[in-house]
Design a protein around this ligand. Structure first.
Ligand SMILES: Cc1cc2nc3c(=O)[nH]c(=O)nc-3n(C[C@H](O)[C@H](O)[C@H](O)COP(=O)(O)OP(=O)(O)OC[C@H]3O[C@@H](n4cnc5c(N)ncnc54)[C@H](O)[C@@H]3O)c2cc1C
Ligand SMILES: *[C@@H]1O[C@H](CO)[C@@H](O)[C@H](O)[C@H]1NC(C)=O
Ligand SMILES: *[C@@H]1O[C@H](CO)[C@@H](O)[C@H](O)[C@H]1NC(C)=O
Ligand SMILES: *[C@@H]1O[C@H](CO)[C@@H](O)[C@H](O)[C@H]1NC(C)=O
Ligand SMILES: *[C@@H]1O[C@H](CO)[C@@H](O)[C@H](O)[C@H]1NC(C)=O
Ligand SMILES: *[C@@H]1O[C@H](CO)[C@@H](O)[C@H](O)[C@H]1NC(C)=O
Ligand SMILES: *[C@@H]1O[C@H](CO)[C@@H](O)[C@H](O)[C@H]1NC(C)=O
Ligand SMILES: *[C@@H]1O[C@H](CO)[C@@H](O)[C@H](O)[C@H]1NC(C)=O
Ligand SMILES: *[C@@H]1O[C@H](CO)[C@@H](O)[C@H](O)[C@H]1NC(C)=O
Ligand SMILES: *[C@@H]1O[C@H](CO)[C@@H](O)[C@H](O)[C@H]1NC(C)=O
Ligand SMILES: *[C@@H]1O[C@H](CO)[C@@H](O)[C@H](O)[C@H]1NC(C)=O
Ligand SMILES: *[C@@H]1O[C@H](CO)[C@@H](O)[C@H](O)[C@H]1NC(C)=O
Ligand SMILES: *[C@@H]1O[C@H](CO)[C@@H](O)[C@H](O)[C@H]1NC(C)=O
Length: 597
């Protein structure tokens, strides 16, 4: 009989271990008897480039004393999205760091240390890898698969469903994968040599939008990317894999429409470069199938555009009422009516409104259009200027109507030009209040079909006006509708939408569970109102609620079955499962145990 060598014995036992793990219906969590031993973690530590990390809730240092320099740093950084992204244990919305036991007890760690005692780990991962290389990710993924751990991939922690946190989990932290490479000429792997793209840019998985934009601008190029004060959202993680909307989407498509290639480590630890020519099924799924689902993305290569001038509008219309037929209601209704025309001309942006907490109500239009060709610019200007003239007339009429409650005040109802998109971004978004960061937050959303806007824009506008703090996001239509729905894994509802409507609520520490539940009920009823307008449409999985009755349909539509089948090829052991993601409906509520089949 041949004797097994030590290495083949070790790999055989690892294979057996993995096979047993695959049969176990439950993941192994921190504290379970099957949790890896200290020596097993010590062995993992020898395979990765950085010491293992032990994430903690960010407020923990304040429980020693509020006057320590550590606590002062926490307090100063609390509402800064870039500071929070720098912390291993921090989510942007601290409610996702907490854990609620079945009996209703909440384990958490708050900045106001008198409100939660003692500080608890909550849903912050137990231990993890600070990945800096492909090898680090491969070691982490193999270790997690071998021990059947509950894996969390965390980038910036912006996820609105808490997908980058889970109690007792093992963390793969991608934040420090910060490589950026600009390729004067890029040919995707496996492509014919004449398939080249000028100035493509490869971003490591941890690059954030403010870093990506600066790098692109330094090469005289423009990226299609997300918007937030400080630019802390990840440029290559969940934003992209879930769709990725941008102020430039009406002109150049969504994030997923601008990817040339991904590199990724899948659940068996293999490193794959995927694009239209290699593993095209995986490439399709990564463009819309959601983050944390098909593997750990290492990098993304985007196409870029030259720098171009843009025309912009930043107006606010304010009144004391937005009831039907009021001036403000007419102003908003007209915007809804012309949105398909605006987005076809390349106008993109956001129209959030602020409904009465007092008797003042307003909506803001922040919109831009690239002015590359004179003809297109002239058309786009004519449509927007037509709307601005309409608003000025409406405002003048409303002050003459004799009903002061109806009077509409306008600010900034004119177009302005910027030499580049990045100049606009720098002026508006590079600094400023990072709204909602560091507060409890939940959101919901719905995609509003273009057909419905065409047939009944008034009903759409009235429904929106009945929802406090909603936004009419002009990030669909135009170039987004020009992409054939079957070309990417993305929810087909995006391709027929006129606009995306997100809304939500925030709360401060110390808000009681009853108060939060009341806000949740309002959120649910507002989602139901929008869903009733177009039940067959869907929602954007990156800005959506935890209460979707059928998330597979809302988030993936008719692409669900194909996404599920592709996941079975690249992640046959379901190592990567996230809240309301592909295959999550086969697991229990905490995503710890597979449901019996
Ligand atoms: C302030 C703010 C502004 C926003 N602005 C926009 C916007 O302009 N446009 C828009 O479309 N959305 C926007 N969003 C929503 C945003 O797209 C989501 O929050 C998204 O989840 C962020 O992805 P992330 O990688 O930064 O965050 P994370 O929370 O770290 O990750 C999100 C998900 O992706 C997974 N993931 C992360 N990295 C990887 C990786 N390398 N490989 C595999 N899976 C990974 C995680 O497991 C998780 O499931 C905004 C959100 C916030 C809070
Ligand atoms: C923290 O410092 C402030 C001001 O220096 C002081 O008033 C307070 O008592 C200190 N608190 C604690 C807990 O030490
Ligand atoms: C985040 O970390 C980076 C790298 O250490 C640092 O340069 C940056 O200032 C930090 N950001 C904040 C807001 O703390
Ligand atoms: C609720 O459950 C947790 C976890 O089992 C336990 O620690 C806590 O004491 C319980 N709280 C109450 C009020 O029963
Ligand atoms: C902490 O919460 C307590 C109780 O609600 C409140 O009295 C106190 O002012 C809060 N402290 C801070 C710093 O917000
Ligand atoms: C980042 O870039 C460096 C230098 O080019 C390279 O050695 C390294 O492998 C890259 N890291 C990743 C994760 O691609
Ligand atoms: C590349 O070359 C092939 C064969 O000569 C040709 O059919 C194809 O159209 C070319 N593609 C591009 C993008 O130029
Ligand atoms: C963007 O790049 C241009 C051209 O190099 C440069 O003049 C400009 O200062 C850059 N913008 C910012 C905000 O850095
Ligand atoms: C409500 O409206 C009246 C005028 O219609 C105004 O005088 C008052 O200041 C407003 N109140 C608030 C809180 O805005
Ligand atoms: C847009 O049109 C208006 C009205 O015709 C004109 O005054 C303005 O100069 C135009 N602006 C741009 C940027 O073309
Ligand atoms: C303003 O009033 C005039 C005169 O009544 C009317 O013709 C016009 O349509 C009104 N404009 C708007 C935008 O409501
Ligand atoms: C969409 O496609 C049509 C037809 O090819 C084209 O005329 C139009 O410019 C495209 N729109 C955008 C915004 O790319
Ligand atoms: C690992 O998975 C990849 C992608 O699914 C596959 O191509 C490869 O053959 C697998 N390797 C092993 C050793 O199973």
């Amino acid at each position: 009989m041949r004797r097994l060598s030590l290495t083949s014995f070790l790999s055989l036992s690892a294979a057996l271990h993995a096979a047993t793990a695959a049969q176990n219906p439950c993941r192994c969590l921190y504290g379970d008897p099957s949790w890896p031993s200290q020596s097993e973690f010590a062995h993992l530590a020898t395979q990765v480039s950085q010491p293992l990390i032990h994430p903690e809730p960010p407020a923990k240092p304040c429980y020693t004393s509020v006057n320590t320099s550590e606590c002062v740093e926490v307090t100063n950084g609390w509402t800064d999205g870039n500071w929070r992204a720098n912390q291993t244990g921090s989510m942007q919305s601290p409610n996702f760091e907490t854990f609620t036991f079945p009996n209703g007890t909440v384990e958490e760690c708050l900045l106001n240390t008198t409100l939660a005692l003692p500080c608890g780990q909550g849903s912050v991962s137990a231990i993890g890898v600070d990945a800096r290389s492909v090898g680090d990710i491969q070691a982490a993924v193999k270790f997690a698969a071998e021990h059947n751990l509950r894996v969390v991939v965390k980038n910036t922690g912006h996820d609105y469903c808490g997908r980058s946190a889970a109690r007792g989990s093992f963390l793969v932290w991608t934040h420090n994968l910060k490589n950026i490479t600009v390729h004067p000429s890029f040919t995707p792997a496996g492509a014919p040599i004449n398939e080249t793209f000028e100035y493509a840019i490869t971003l490591g998985a941890g690059v954030q939008w403010h870093e990506a934009y600066a790098a692109a601008n330094a090469s005289g190029r423009t990226l299609v990317g997300g918007t937030s004060h400080g630019g802390s959202v990840g440029a290559a993680g969940g934003w992209l894999q879930g769709g990725g909307h941008s102020s430039l989407s009406a002109s150049f498509g969504l994030g997923v429409d601008n990817v040339l290639e991904f590199s990724i480590v899948t659940s068996n630890g293999s490193y794959i470069v995927t694009n239209a020519h290699q593993y095209p099924d995986l490439f399709w799924a990564l463009r819309g199938g959601g983050g944390g689902t098909f593997g750990v993305v290492i990098s993304v290569t985007y196409r870029t555009r030259p720098t171009f001038p843009i025309m912009t509008v930043f107006l606010t219309a304010t009144a004391n009422t937005s009831t039907p037929n009021s001036g403000l209601s007419q102003a908003f209704t007209e915007l809804v009516r012309i949105t398909p025309q605006l987005t076809d001309q390349g106008w993109g942006g956001y129209a959030p409104f602020n409904n009465p907490t007092s008797n003042s109500t307003s909506f803001t239009v922040i919109s831009i259009v690239p002015t590359i060709s004179q003809d297109a610019a002239g058309q786009a200007n004519a449509t927007m200027t037509g709307y601005l003239v309409y608003l000025q007339e409406l405002a003048a009429n409303s002050t003459q109507s004799g009903n002061p409650a109806d009077a509409v005040t306008l600010q900034g109802a004119s177009t302005t030009s910027f030499a580049s998109w990045y100049d606009w971004y720098t002026a508006l978004w590079s600094t400023g209040e990072q709204e909602g960061i560091g507060l409890g937050a939940e959101v919901g959303s719905w995609l509003i079909p273009r057909d419905l806007v065409g047939s009944d824009h008034e009903r759409v506008a009235q429904t929106l006006l009945s929802i406090p703090q909603a936004g009419w996001f002009m990030v669909a239509g135009g170039a987004v509708s020009n992409v054939t729905a079957s070309d990417t894994g993305l929810n087909p509802a995006w391709r027929t939408a006129a606009a995306h409507v997100p809304f939500g609520f925030t709360w401060t520490e110390g808000t009681t569970l009853d108060e939060i539940n009341a806000l949740r009920d309002t959120l649910k009823s507002n989602i139901a109102k929008l869903r009733a307008l177009a039940p067959e449409s869907g929602a954007y999985l990156n800005e959506a609620s935890l209460y979707e009755p059928d998330s597979a349909h809302s988030f993936f539509g008719s692409h669900y079955d194909q996404l599920r089948a592709i996941k079975a090829i690249y992640d046959p052991v379901d190592l990567f499962i996230v809240v309301e993601g592909v295959a999550s409906n086969e697991w229990d509520g905490s995503l710890t145990c597979r449901k019996p089949t």
